[in-house]
Ligand binder design. Structure first.
Ligand SMILES: Nc1ncnc2c1ncn2[C@@H]1O[C@H](COP(=O)(O)OP(=O)(O)O)[C@@H](O)[C@H]1O
Ligand SMILES: [Mg+2]
Length: 246
C-alpha cells in the first residue's frame, strides 16, 4: 500500500534554561494509507512532540515529514488531533460541538452530518445536551464525533482515553474499533498503555526513553475482535514491555 505518512530521520531538541534537551533522534518510519499505527513509549520520551511534528504543529530540527509525498510545513485540515485533555466546548451542545468543525456547508447539511456522527458514536438522544450533562466517556464520544465529522484522512490521537476510568476506557476502546472500522481514516495513536496499543493497532512502534529512538516495530496480526487474554497477545505484551525495559 502507498505510504500515507513518511517520517524521515526526524530529530528535535528543545532549548531550556539548562541547555538543549534532545527529545527525538533518528525517527524514521512510514504509515500506509488506512493503517492504524500506535506509538508506545515511557512518559516524557517525546511522543507528543513527535505527533505534533507529524501533524504540522511543530517543526523538526532535522529530517522531514511528508503526507502523500508532500512535505509537511504546517497543520492541515486533512488531519485532525484528539488530545488527552479534551477540547469539547462547554457552552455548546453536543450537536453544536460536532458542527463546529464543519465549515463552508449549508447549515442544514452541517446539522445532518453532526447528527449522523453523534449517532455513530452512540450519542443518539443527546444532540441537545450540554457537556456538563455528560459523563467522561460520553464527552470522549463527542470528541470522536467532532473529529470524524469533517472526514479527516488522518486521525492523530494523543493518549485519547488516558483521562477515563479503567472500565470506561475499555469500553471506549471497543467503540473506537467499531467506529473506525466504518470510517477507516489512517490512524496514529500515541499511548503509554501497551494493552491499548495491542487492542487497537495493526502495528506498534516502540520508543525508547528520551531522547526517543525507535527501539522496535511489531506487527499485531490478531483478527478483531481481539482477546487480550489469549496466549499470543499476552506474549506480545511481555515482549513489548521487555523492549521498553520494564
Ligand atoms: N515546548 C517545549 N519546550 C521545552 N521542553 C519541552 C517542550 N515540549 C516538550 N518538552 C519536553 O520534551 C520532553 C518530551 O515531551 P513530550 O513529547 O510531551 O513527551 P511524552 O508525550 O512522551 O510524555 C519532556 O521532557 C518535555 O518536558
Ligand atoms: Mg504526551
Amino acid at each position: 500500500m502507498a505510504d500515507k505518512i513518511r517520517v524521515k530521520n526526524v530529530a528535535k531538541s528543545f532549548g531550556t534554561s539548562r541547555g538543549a534537551l534532545p527529545v527525538l533522534e533518528g525517527i524514521d518510519f512510514a504509515v500506509g494509507d488506512g493503517d492504524f499505527v500506535a506509538l508506545v513509549g515511557p512518559s516524557g520520551c517525546g511522543k507528543t512532540t513527535l505527533l505534533n511534528i507529524i501533524a504540522g504543529f511543530e517543526r523538526p530540527d532535522e529530517g522531514e515529514v511528508s503526507i502523500d509525498g508532500i512535505p509537511v510545513t504546517g497543520p492541515s485540515p486533512r488531519g485532525i488531533v484528539i488530545s488527552q485533555l479534551g477540547s469539547v466546548f462547554p457552552w455548546l451542545t453536543v450537536r453544536q460541538n460536532v458542527m463546529f468543525g464543519l465549515r463552508g456547508q449549508p447549515i442544514a447539511e452541517r446539522r445532518r452530518l453532526a447528527d449522523h456522527y453523534a449517532h455513530l458514536v452512540g450519542l443518539e438522544g443527546f444532540e441537545n445536551a450540554y457537556p456538563h450533562e455528560l459523563s467522561g466517556g460520553m464527552l470522549k464520544r463527542v470528541e470522536v464525533a467532532r473529529a470524524l465529522a469533517p472526514r479527516p484522512e488522518i486521525l492523530y490521537m494523543d493518549e485519547p482515553l488516558a483521562a477515563l476510568d479503567a472500565l470506561t476506557r475499555f469500553r471506549m476502546r471497543l467503540e473506537l474499533r467499531r467506529i473506525l472500522a466504518q470510517e477507516r481514516p489512517t490512524c496514529l495513536l500515541v499511548t503509554h498503555d501497551v494493552e491499548e496499543a495491542i487492542h487497537l493497532a495493526d502495528r506498534i512502534l516502540i520508543l525508547s526513553a528520551r531522547p526517543a529512538r525507535i527501539e522496535g516495530i511489531v506487527d499485531v496480526p490478531f483478527p478483531h475482535p481481539r482477546k487480550l487474554s489469549s496466549p499470543e497477545a499476552v506474549q506480545l505484551k511481555e515482549d513489548i514491555l521487555r523492549t521498553l525495559g520494564a
